[in-house]
Write a protein that binds this ligand. Sequence first.
Ligand SMILES: Cc1cc2nc3c(=O)[nH]c(=O)nc-3n(C[C@H](O)[C@H](O)[C@H](O)COP(=O)(O)OP(=O)(O)OC[C@H]3O[C@@H](n4cnc5c(N)ncnc54)[C@H](O)[C@@H]3O)c2cc1C
Length: 284
Amino acid sequence: MMIKENEPLEKYTTFRMGGNAKKMYFPETVDELCDLIKSDDNILSHVIGGGSNILINDQKEYEHVLCLKNFNKKMIAFGNGHYYVGSSVSLQKLIKTIQTDGYGGIEYLFSVPGLTGGAIYMNAGRGKKYGKCISDYLTEVEVLRHGEICRIDKTSCCFSYRTSIFQNMPDCIILGAKFKFPQVSRKESEMRIQERIHLCKKNQDMTSPNFGTVFCESNKYIMAFVKKFHPGYKNGCTFSAKTANWMLRGKNGTFEQAISLLNKVRRWHCLFGQKCRTEVRIWS
Ligand SMILES: Cc1cc2nc3c(=O)[nH]c(=O)nc-3n(C[C@H](O)[C@H](O)[C@H](O)COP(=O)(O)OP(=O)(O)OC[C@H]3O[C@@H](n4cnc5c(N)ncnc54)[C@H](O)[C@@H]3O)c2cc1C
């Protein structure tokens, strides 16, 4: 297993921000992961998958960080749309593999730069009005908890919009999951992927590092108001002028700036008695 010392974490997040990891572990097998956890429970307090939904404090040094990008890239097809997918399989790889076999249904996730484990943890999907998420075709999740491999069926995972039970289980690592995908012709699946790419190019601001949508629950009028009056910091963290509810990291962006913008949004929601929930996971 690769272990890196004093590793800058900005390299591992799409927001390109982070402090240092005193020790960063890259387990490749369940045994390696089990040994690590046995050696120190705190190993599980900071876990990175694809790093596309994490905002890390750039002033902090983290004792241990677990990176799962090299971990479980296994994909097994059982036939009839049934698959086992390892937590480190990228969403693009998953979509392309099932496409080759004539299955689909999650092509809208092609634009999401995450891994399957992170997508299950976040219950990644399309915007709320579309009601589509990775858990639609999931049947069971395989996790490591207290040194044991357990299987959790879908109903016990409490999936809802950008929520899963795993967000309340800090002692648990998602190892992989079983899915049953519907039949979709290769042509249709490819068309859906291309449509998604086109839509994202048109609507998503990729001019600077970002972590996708900032708040999974917010009031669009308050968001627009905050963006107008607190657009952000010159060459630092700003709300995107192009995409609503989207933060960009300029070259001088800092964690403090990002948090200050998030807090402004929260305060205005609080003032007007509106709900707001941050989607990005914050390591403060
Ligand atoms: C350009 C862009 C577009 C995006 N578009 C979308 C979109 O359309 N829809 C959407 O839902 N999201 C979107 N996102 C957000 C993000 O990509 C998703 O939430 C994604 O599923 C996160 O996966 P990840 O592997 O990067 O997880 P990470 O960001 O690495 O981690 C997210 C959380 O999951 C935990 N975690 C990760 N892997 C595991 C594991 N195996 N076991 C236990 N815990 C784990 C981490 O500790 C962390 O708390 C977008 C982000 C970007 C940058």
